[in-house]
Design a protein around this ligand. Structure first.
Ligand code: FMN
Length: 318
C-alpha cells in the first residue's frame, strides 16, 4: 500500500504474524525504499514482498490539458490557501533506480502493478533468488503475465481498494470468479485480491483455487498503518460510498467518494495528475480535510477493524 498507509512496521507485523508483509515502494525514492526495506529487516527475519509500479512511458500532455486540469483544482487550492496548482517537471520515480535498491536488498518476493516486469529486470531478480509476481485484473492480463515468465499472479477483483492493478482499467471482475478462470487457464500460483475482509472470504478464494490471499483494506485501520487522521476518520464513519476515480492520480483507483472525486472531470494521465494533486493531498492531511485526500478503500471497508496487524492476520486466517 504505497503512499503512506503501508509502513515498515505494518509489513513486519504481518510477517511476524505468519503472513507475507508487503512494502509498497512505488512513490519512494530509491534511497527511502532501501531504508524502508532495512527497517523491516531490523524488525523481522521473515519474508518480505516489495511492490513497485511497472515502468510506463511518461505520456506527453498538451498545454490545454494542463490548463483544464489545473483549473479544476484551483478552487480547492484557494480554499486551503495554497498557491495555484502547477505541474512539476518530474512526475514519477525512476523504476530502474528503484529496482537497483530492490536488487541490492533482495526481498524474498517482488511484485508490480500496472504491467509487465521488463525481461532484464526479471532476469536480474531471478538471478538473486527473488520471486516475481504480476497483477492481473482479467484473464487476458493473467495470460500475458504467465507468458512474461513471472512466478505467480495476483488476481485483483473489482472490489479492491486502491489502483486497478492491471492495464485494462475498466476490468472489474468478481474476485472468486476471476480466480477460478485464471487457475484453470494457467499453472502458476494465484494470489487472490479484492474484497477479502473475513476468514470466510479468504476460505472462498482458496477454495476457488488461490494459493494465497492478498488483503489491503482489511489493514487500513491497523495500529501499525500510516493512515492520516482525516482518512482514518472517514473510514471509521463509514458513511461514504466507494467510487472508481481518476481524480487523484490519472489512473482508475477505488476510494471513498469526496468532493474532489465529484469535481474532477478532466484529469491528466498518470502520473501527471498524481504529481499535480500532491500539494493538495499533503495540505489536506495536515489540516484534516478528508475531501481533498485520496481515501483508497475497497468495497468492504466498513468491515476494517481498528486493532493490531497480528490480530487482523489471525482474524483473516481460515
Ligand atoms: C490504501 C491502498 C493502497 C494500495 N497501494 C497499492 C500499491 O502500491 N501497489 C499495488 O500493487 N496495490 C496496491 N493496492 C491494492 C492492493 O494490492 C490489493 O489489490 C487490494 O487492497 C485488495 O483488495 P482489498 O482492498 O479489498 O483488500 C492498494 C490498496 C489500498 C487499499
Amino acid at each position: 500500500m504505497a503512499g503512506g498507509v503501508g509502513t515498515p512496521a505494518l509489513a513486519a507485523a504481518v510477517t511476524r504474524a505468519g503472513g507475507l508483509g508487503s512494502l509498497g515502494g512505488a512513490y519512494l525514492t530509491p534511497h527511502a525504499l532501501r531504508d524502508a526495506i532495512r527497517e523491516v529487516r531490523a524488525l523481522t527475519n521473515g519474508p518480505l514482498l516489495v511492490n513497485l509500479f511497472a515502468p510506463q512511458p511518461i505520456p506527453t500532455v498538451t498545454r490545454e490539458a494542463v490548463a483544464l486540469a489545473t483549473a479544476e483544482l484551483a478552487p480547492f487550492h484557494a480554499a486551503l490557501n495554497l498557491s495555484p496548482p502547477t505541474l512539476p517537471e518530474r512526475v514519477q520515480e525512476d523504476f530502474t533506480a528503484q529496482l537497483d535498491a530492490v536488487l541490492e536488498e533482495r526481498p524474498e518476493v517482488f511484485s508490480v502493478a500496472f504491467g509487465l516486469i521488463p525481461p532484464d529486470a526479471l532476469a536480474a531478480l531471478r538471478a538473486r533468488g527473488v520471486l516475481t509476481v504480476g497483477t492481473a485484473t482479467s484473464l487476458a492480463e493473467a495470460l500475458a503475465l504467465h507468458d512474461s515468465g513471472v512466478d505467480a499472479i495476483t488476481v485483483q477483483g473489482g472490489a479492491a481498494g486502491g489502483h486497478r492493478g492491471g492495464w485494462q482499467e475498466d476490468a472489474l471482475a468478481e474476485t472468486v470468479t476471476l480466480v477460478q478462470e485464471v487457475t484453470r487457464a494457467t499453472p502458476l500460483p494465484v494470489i487472490a485480491a479484492g474484497g477479502l475482509m473475513t476468514a470466510g472470504d479468504v476460505r472462498a478464494a482458496l477454495a476457488a483455487g488461490a494459493t494465497l490471499a492478498q488483503c489491503g483494506t482489511a489493514f487500513l485501520l491497523a495500529h501499525e498503518a500510516g493512515i492520516s487522521p482525516p482518512y482514518r476518520q472517514a473510514v471509521q464513519e463509514g458513511t461514504r460510498d466507494t467510487v472508481l476515480t481518476r481524480a487523484y492520480s490519472g489512473r482508475a483507483a477505488r476510494g471513498l467518494r469526496t468532493t474532489l472525486t465529484d469535481a474532477v472531470t478532466h484529469p491528466l494521465p498518470f502520473s501527471h495528475q498524481n504529481a499535480l494533486t500532491r500539494p493538495l493531498r499533503t495540505a489536506g492531511a495536515q489540516t484534516g480535510q478528508a475531501d481533498v485526500l485520496s481515501l483508497w478503500a475497497g468495497t468492504g471497508y466498513r468491515q476494517a477493524q481498528a486493532t493490531g496487524a497480528a490480530q487482523i492476520v489471525a482474524d483473516l486466517t481460515p
